[in-house]
Design a protein around this ligand. Structure first.
Ligand code: C2E
Ligand code: MG
Ligand code: MG
Ligand code: MG
Length: 288
């Protein structure tokens, strides 16, 4: 009996793995199709100056609704895109859409920055910087209005290889932010060498600051390190007034999260920006 139970268990386990592989394969096929037919869209979430409430930038976030699969979250399809090489096409498409949209906002009188998530695999591909520069030129967007978000964990894995590339972007005027900061293992010396402009404190820390006192200490320390290197610090995933208050005491510069606005389709952002700029919650010199 024990033997057959073990056998069943094994069968069950292998079926689970198989199912996962099949699911991944069907997502890959559908994603390939979605890219070919340009069916990915973008939502945009405001990033604000903490205190003044001024809108500084909007983060572009990829969205995909498939007829068969339903809405697939980026946490599912981005890793698959990275593993299958589709990230290059996906990333180029996201960058172009985001820059075109940003230019439209500028033409309407809202000089906001556009933050675009970039996978390190994408950045490491031959021709990436040329693609970025080409897109900016074609769209007619000045480099200082583009911010590339790179996750800390992925960046540190390719730290040595990234230094020259990031320096080149810096010389062009493109801004660089380190996403999900605190979840990876940053080498402080690399951080200094990287010529980045901003760190984004991961939302797991923001969630903790109203719960644990040591978390406030950690966030204060991250902000202090960032400031000592001349970087701006933004907190992501801010959901409550209480979190905002704590972030103020931590001297955090900027905020992003549901408390201010959820990621929205461009039409909703138009209305949001119209309101924000009328009430002078935006404007001034562009820059992170
Ligand atoms: P991320 O870049 O760290 O983006 C922040 C995520 O937190 C987004 O999830 C956003 O919708 C969510 N968020 C924002 N405010 C709040 C809040 O107050 N509370 C909570 N609970 N969540 C909040 P989303 O859109 O599902 O994206 C997940 C991740 O997928 C992103 O994390 C990013 O790493 C990746 N991603 C999204 N779009 C792209 C893309 O175009 N290219 C690449 N390479 N990665 C992307
Ligand atoms: Mg991001
Ligand atoms: Mg993040
Ligand atoms: Mg993230």
């Amino acid at each position: 009996a024990a033997k057959s139970a073990g056998g069943n268990r094994y069968q069950f386990f292998s079926k689970g793995l198989n199912q996962k592989a099949q699911e991944r394969a069907s997502i890959e096929t559908a994603l390939r199709d979605a890219l070919r037919n340009d069916r990915l869209t973008l939502h945009y979430q405001p990033q604000l100056h903490l205190g003044e409430g001024r809108v500084i930038a909007l983060e572009a976030l990829a969205r995909w609704h498939d007829e068969g699969l339903g809405t697939v979250p980026p946490a599912t399809f981005i890793p698959i895109a990275e593993q299958t090489g589709l990230i290059h096409e996906l990333g180029a498409s996201v960058l172009r859409k985001a820059c075109v949209q940003c230019k439209k906002w500028h033409d309407k009188g809202y000089p906001v920055i556009i933050s675009v998530n970039v996978s390190i695999k994408q950045m490491m591909q031959e021709g990436f910087s040329e693609m970025v520069v080409g897109t900016l030129l074609e769209v007619g967007l000045e480099p200082r209005y583009l911010d590339l978000e790179l996750t800390e964990s992925m960046l540190m894995e390719k730290a040595a290889e990234s230094v020259a590339l990031l320096r080149m972007f810096k010389s062009l005027g493109v801004q660089i932010s380190i996403d999900d900061f605190g979840t990876g293992y940053s080498s402080l010396s690399y951080l200094k060498n990287f010529s980045v402009d901003r760190i984004k404190i991961d939302q797991s820390f923001v969630r903790d600051i109203t719960v644990r006192d040591d978390a406030v200490g950690i966030v204060k320390a991250i902000v202090a390190i960032g400031h000592s290197m001349g970087l701006k610090v933004i907190a992501e995933g801010v959901e409550t007034q209480e979190e905002e208050q704590k972030l103020l005491t931590c001297r955090c510069d900027q905020v992003q999260g549901y408390l201010y606005a959820k990621p929205m389709p461009s039409a909703e952002v138009d209305a949001y920006l119209a309101d924000a700029f009328v009430t002078a919650r935006a404007g001034g010199e562009p820059g992170l």
